[in-house]
Design a protein around this ligand. Structure first.
Ligand code: HEC
Ligand code: HEC
Length: 345
């Protein structure tokens, strides 16, 4: 028996429905084609910015907890969190210096030099790994380690808690937010809340990504094209233009042998895993605000962006780019400087 006979009056509506759906389909396809067409007429790298870029803009608004952020901000600047009141977080992560101290190695407790260059604290929340060797995946355990690190804060929690408790203003601030007052957990909680708020949106490059095609000049756009075409994006990508994968420093050619004077910090991820394959492997650093965080590399050996880009092309890509192209890439990198609380870094 025939199930569907379109000529039977009772089933004629199915034919109308099919016709109607067909018309809707054609209309939808037409609209899609219409939106695709303009993209073909503009250079590819401009259009990708709107659609499928390897780098994403830092969100303008991020949910924060204002009372905790305010308390964390005070703690960040307070030397009471270090042994004998010698250092605060700000000593090495200065906001007027891009969240770093612009030294190859920072001066820690009792003048001890840090093993590696100090990275910026800005945008740390977008790094899936923290530190050059990527040892930490969350800010709280990172804080535990840096507090007791004899080169950094060199303090045990009970000592830090005692010195904060002696300040009535702190006791009050903690009590207002935390029922159990000044404790290591609560100190960490407030500091982490603050660290999570240290984001720098609204760089010129982000404005470009979000559709403002005038935000970059021609040389900077060319630099971005070179950054992509030469494969820098294979390692430096995502919201932080890095911060999310491990790679050896010296894929082609041996950077560290050429530099000489190996230090324990040069072993990189090996220091975490003790795995021979992880020698000289590092977390690919973020390039956000890189224009204001010289010197570069874990050893602080490169003084300028051009020098750093030159070393990258040589040791990571095995290429020699013309000086002009290196300069263009550096110009593009300078567009990654964002704003903190509405002011450029
Ligand atoms: C003596 C200098 C010094 C002080 C003081 C200091 N830091 Fe750092 N900080 C460093 C160095 C060096 C590193 C990199 C360590 C490594 O890679 O092994 C670092 C790394 C970090 C990172 C990881 C950034 C990233 O993306 O990998 C954060 C976050 C951070 N510090 C926050 C803080 C906070 C919060 C304080 C205060 C409680 C603080 N630091 C105090 C020198 C310092
Ligand atoms: C194979 C992965 C890889 C590629 C490709 C790569 N990089 Fe890197 N980049 C790294 C690693 C790893 C480091 C950290 C090296 C170190 O100091 O130990 C780094 C560091 C940097 C730094 C220094 C950042 C700082 O804060 O110290 C800059 C600038 C940089 N890269 C730019 C570039 C550019 C431009 C290109 C393309 C020409 C490029 N990179 C290609 C992995 C890569």
């Amino acid at each position: 028996m025939k199930l569907l006979n379109f000529n039977r009056p009772s089933q004629r509506w199915i034919r109308f429905l099919a016709l109607f759906l067909g018309a809707v389909l054609i209309l939808l396809l037409w609209r899609n084609i219409a939106t695709i067409v303009p993209t073909v007429t503009t250079p590819q790298w401009i259009e990708i910015a709107q659609t499928n870029e390897p780098i994403q803009a830092i969100p303008q608004q991020i949910e924060v907890d204002p009372p905790k952020v305010a308390l964390g901000e005070k703690l960040f600047q307070d030397v009471r969190l270090s042994t004998n009141n010698q250092k605060s977080c700000l000593s090495c992560h200065s906001f007027s210096l891009g969240g770093t101290d612009r030294r190859a190695h920072s001066i820690g407790i009792n003048g001890a030099l840090t093993e590696v260059n100090t990275p910026t604290v800005f945008n740390a929340r977008f790094n899936s790994r923290l530190n050059w060797n990527g040892k930490f995946t969350d800010l709280s355990s990172h804080l535990d380690a840096l507090m007791s690190n004899p080169q950094v804060m060199g303090v045990q929690w009970p000592e830090a808690v005692r010195s904060l408790q002696q300040v009535p203003e702190y006791a009050r601030s903690f009590d207002r937010i935390y029922p159990d007052g000044v404790t290591p957990t609560n100190i960490k909680d407030a500091l982490v809340a603050y660290e999570l708020s240290l984001n720098t949106p609204n760089s010129r490059f982000d404005r470009f990504l979000l559709g403002d095609k005038q935000a970059l000049n021609q040389a900077e756009k060319e630099g971005y094209r070179l950054f992509k075409d030469n494969g820098c994006v294979s390692c430096h990508q995502g919201v932080n233009v890095g911060g999310n994968i491990f790679q050896p420093f010296g894929i082609i050619g041996d950077y560290l042998a050429d530099r000489g004077n190996l230090t324990p910090g040069d072993l990189g991820r090996f220091n975490v895993t003790q795995n021979a394959a992880d020698r000289h492997v590092f977390r690919v650093p973020s390039l956000r605000n890189v224009a204001v965080t010289a010197p570069y590399f874990h050893d602080g050996s490169a003084q300028t962006l051009e020098e750093a880009v030159g070393k990258m092309t040589k040791y990571q890509l095995g290429r020699t780019l013309p000086t002009k192209q290196i300069e263009s890439i550096a110009q593009f990198l300078r567009t990654l400087t964002g704003e903190y609380r509405g002011k450029p870094l």
